[in-house]
Ligand binder design. Structure first.
Ligand code: 13P
Length: 398
């Protein structure tokens, strides 16, 4: 499990700026143009990504046995809602205090391989004045960065949305890499009750593919996240049908954009009934549908499937993940949860300095539980009532 991490650290320019500069030089020289061969009607451009080996290594490190991702990349607005729920103001100091608590959990790296940060946190120090990124690297956790710029209405659709952020993405990504990020996240959403329309699906898939290509070109492993929202009264069959369409389209455009599948990670929604559907599904049913979807749509070249929790309770998300790991899978099947890792931790903290230790233990409990679920060894015993509470929010924005 931890064995892959040191190799990442050794080769990782996080620790050595001169390596980064080397990477840049290589990148430029790797694009070569062969001109005017006698029989060639025009120049033939051969492009080889200089980051290819590093991307594969980063993706494998994140997708290492018994580990998954801590999503702590809530935008300032969303983080504000979290802080408000425990009676705290949405100030930079409070966000810093909370994120310091998260990244400094002793032993977190045994269960967490990557942490997705919001831009503010990538450039921020802990309350003790250490760079958050450095704390993560010391914990053998790969720092990642949310690069999308959020959702806006998709004109001409059925009240659906599209995800902004491609403008200037290449230069932002290069700067994030320099700051220590090694993977990226772009979250777009698909709504079942509102369609999804063919237009919304195409836009979501195309945006993800362009983002993925740009990320790889700048040394960041892209997490591809077309979140199918839980909203709706539909049954699990309908989610399955929509998910197949979504992933067919996403992989069509990923291939068209020459994205290297060995250097990406996916962040799908699990296939579940809509949140307002009366027929609930067992973890075994969720696992059956979700694995059937993945096997039909996801090539084995992809190293890791890192699920989002999407409003499931902490325990539900862990039980579903565990059910998916009862047999061998072609990819590492793991987690990239925000709410399903942080909920009890946040409540336990409540903004009280004297509760930091207890809150850190709460995060470690969830990280360990999901670590076991990644290995298919979670039993669900001894979970608190708080961890069993659902967190679904209608029309959720991240
Ligand atoms: P949740 O696990 O709370 O759904 O968050 C997932 C996410 O998109 C964060 O990256």
């Amino acid at each position: 499990m931890a064995s892959a991490a040191p190799s990442l650290l050794k080769s990782s320019p996080v620790l050595d700026k001169s390596d980064w500069v080397k990477g840049q030089t290589l990148r430029q020289s790797s694009v070569s143009v062969i001109r005017c061969l006698p029989t060639a009607p025009s120049g033939l451009t051969i492009r080889a990504g200089s980051y290819a080996d590093e991307l594969v290594k980063t993706a494998k490190t994140i997708a290492s046995p018994g580990r998954g991702i801590l999503a702590m990349d809530e935008s300032n607005a969303t983080c504000g809602k979290r802080l408000a729920s425990i009676g705290l103001e949405n100030t930079e100091a409070n966000r810093q205090a909370y994120r310091t608590l998260l990244v400094t959990v002793p032993g977190l790296g045994n269960h967490i391989s990557g942490a997705i940060l919001f831009e503010e946190t990538l450039y921020q120090s802990t309350t003790d004045g250490k760079k958050m990124v450095d704390v993560l690297v010391e914990q053998k956790i790969v720092p990642g960065i949310k690069v999308d710029k959020g959702l806006v209405p998709l004109v001409g659709s059925n009240d659906e949305s599209w995800c902004q952020g491609l403008d200037g993405l290449a230069s932002r990504s290069a700067a994030y890499y320099q700051q220590g990020a090694r993977f990226a996240k772009w979250r777009t959403v698909v709504s079942i009750p509102n369609g999804p329309s063919a237009l919304a699906l195409k836009e979501a898939a195309w945006g993800l593919a362009r983002y993925a290509a740009i990320s790889q070109d700048n040394g960041l492993v892209p997490i591809v996240e077309p979140e199918i929202l839980l909203d709706g009264e539909h049954g699990i069959e309908r989610t399955f049908e929509v998910a197949q369409k979504v992933w067919a389209e996403v992989f069509f455009y990923l291939a068209e954009n020459n994205v290297m599948f060995e250097g990406i990670l996916l962040k799908p929604s699990m296939v579940t009934p809509g949140a307002e559907c009366k027929d609930r599904a067992t973890p075994e049913q969720v696992a059956d549908y979700t694995l059937k979807l993945l096997k039909r749509r996801i090539p084995p070249a992809v190293p890791g499937i890192m699920f989002l929790s999407g409003g499931q309770s902490e325990v539900e998300a862990t039980l579903n993940l565990n059910a998916m790991n009862q047999g061998p899978n072609p990819w590492h099947v793991s987690f990239s949860y925000a709410r399903a890792l942080q909920n009890t931790c946040l409540k336990t903290w409540g903004g009280r300095p004297e509760s930091v230790k207890e809150a850190q233990e709460a995060l470690l409990i969830r990280a360990k539980a999901n670590s076991l679920a990644q290995l298919g060894k979670y039993t669900g015993e001894g979970e608190s009532e708080e961890a069993k509470k659902g967190m679904f929010v209608k029309g959720y924005v991240y």
